[in-house]
Design a protein around this ligand. Structure first.
Ligand SMILES: Nc1ncnc2c1ncn2[C@@H]1O[C@H](COP(=O)(O)OP(=O)(O)OP(=O)(O)O)[C@@H](O)[C@H]1O
Ligand SMILES: Nc1ncnc2c1ncn2[C@@H]1O[C@H](COP(=O)(O)OP(=O)(O)OP(=O)(O)O)[C@@H](O)[C@H]1O
Ligand SMILES: [Mg+2]
Ligand SMILES: [Mg+2]
Lengths: 225, 225
């Protein structure tokens, strides 16, 4: 459902070129849960942003639903992303003056969607925020904000969910609640790629890939570090 | 060095009153490393913000270096905080158009400090960011931003460091590097309170306290959950 082929991503930062992804091949199938692990600064968020069409690779291709996204125009890429991908960002990026409920329904305003609010409320309840629908982000804890971001990623019933450190601000029990939600989602044929430093998340995955200095290796079966 | 006595903190959020801290007694001594654990939403960040004089309690007292901070004026409280506390925020709060180095030296601009830059560079090197001094926050990974925030908290040689989820975006090895830095700091008599979901951090601590629904219990000795 989403694929990287020979993907390279270079940045200019601090006056030098950083090769964040160095010739990466990767794919996630419908219903598959892949964990991505690796040291801080190794390229995990870059990989997710490229897969999720938020960032254009320096070279190589990104395929979404069989089409090459690198040949799309920006509006086409944006449409493909909205239709196809749900994103949980490493730093959440909630809208400050909207409530939790409004933040979760935000991806649904681009089309006619009468049960968006009901779905949003259900998702918020299911990640343990039943009593926080009307709180704004600065009235929420770090982990609560993270859970709002997770609910928002799921509200449009995407085909693939890309989650960057989804349990990073959660205690063990709350993290398990979120993983239970993800398991339900993949059972319905949604693909899930979760970047994580949390061994608990990697355990739930069907396979694990490791990235070091922008290079990918399979780590499936062995304990993720 | 820092103390809470009968501290209560209530918020008005989502149209209701949230009792985030419910009569908390807590103290951290010079050179002591205390871990604070507990479920998402339990009051950990609120406790840290209150201890660090960023937030005024609803009732009860906060004592810093023997003085009652709740009777101070806002400018007095700000001065006490700058002099006494180093803070690592759960969401970093780096300044977007400043480099890593400039972010780390920011707490030093209020007074004459000719070796601030040198200390900042040393700290950045010691948290593994030797090659990222000139990157701005959007040219840094999540874990790299976190490490800049950690270096910034240490640059003024504070008496107490309050760290909210300091290893939340770090892999195991980078996390250990940061904990090594914290160990050096406490050896020099600095107190450290670290809110964490990471058992690795709690292991390093001299004692662990647990907070649930705004209430504190000791959990020293037993495995933190
Ligand atoms: N400004 C506010 N208005 C209303 N409620 C608030 C406000 N700030 C925090 N809260 C609530 O107070 C409680 C404690 O929040 P706090 O941020 O201290 O939790 P936490 O233990 O740090 O959680 P996490 O592990 O998720 O970071 C939460 O239930 C939160 O919803
Ligand atoms: N805009 C940019 N300009 C320059 N370098 C960048 C830029 N964005 C990211 N980088 C660098 O690219 C590398 C990969 O960054 P990325 O955010 O993908 O890492 P990560 O694996 O997600 O790390 P973490 O676990 O800390 O979140 C890092 O070394 C980072 O400094
Ligand atoms: Mg990242
Ligand atoms: Mg918190």
């Amino acid at each position: 459902s989403l694929e990287l082929r020979n993907t390279v991503k270079e940045y200019d930062g601090g006056g030098e070129t950083v090769r964040a992804l160095a010739d990466v091949d990767f794919s996630v199938a419908p219903g598959e849960f892949v964990a991505v692990v690796g040291p801080s600064g190794s390229g995990k968020s870059t990989m997710l942003n490229t897969l999720g069409l938020l960032d254009v690779p320096t070279s190589g291709t990104v395929r979404v639903a069989g089409r090459d996204a690198t040949t799309m125009t920006d509006p086409e890429r944006t449409r493909a992303r909205r239709e196809y991908v749900g994103f949980v960002f490493q730093q959440f990026y909630l809208i400050g003056n909207l409530t939790a409920l409004e933040n979760v329904t935000l991806p649904t305003v681009y089309h006619d969607d009468p049960d968006a609010e009901e779905r949003a409320r259900t998702l918020l309840d299911r990640v343990g925020l039943g009593d926080r629908h009307d709180h704004t982000p600065d009235e929420l804890s770090g982990g609560q904000k993270q859970r709002v971001a997770i609910a928002r990623a799921l509200v449009n019933g995407p085909d693939v969910v890309l989650a960057d450190e989804p349990t990073g601000n959660l205690d063990r029990d709350t993290g398990e609640q979120v993983l239970g939600e993800f398991a339900q989602v993949t059972e319905r044929g949604v693909g899930l790629v979760a970047v994580t430093h949390d061994p608990q998340v990697a355990e739930f995955a069907d396979r694990t890939v490791r990235i070091v200095d922008g290079r990918l290796t399979e780590a499936s079966g062995e304990a993720a570090n």
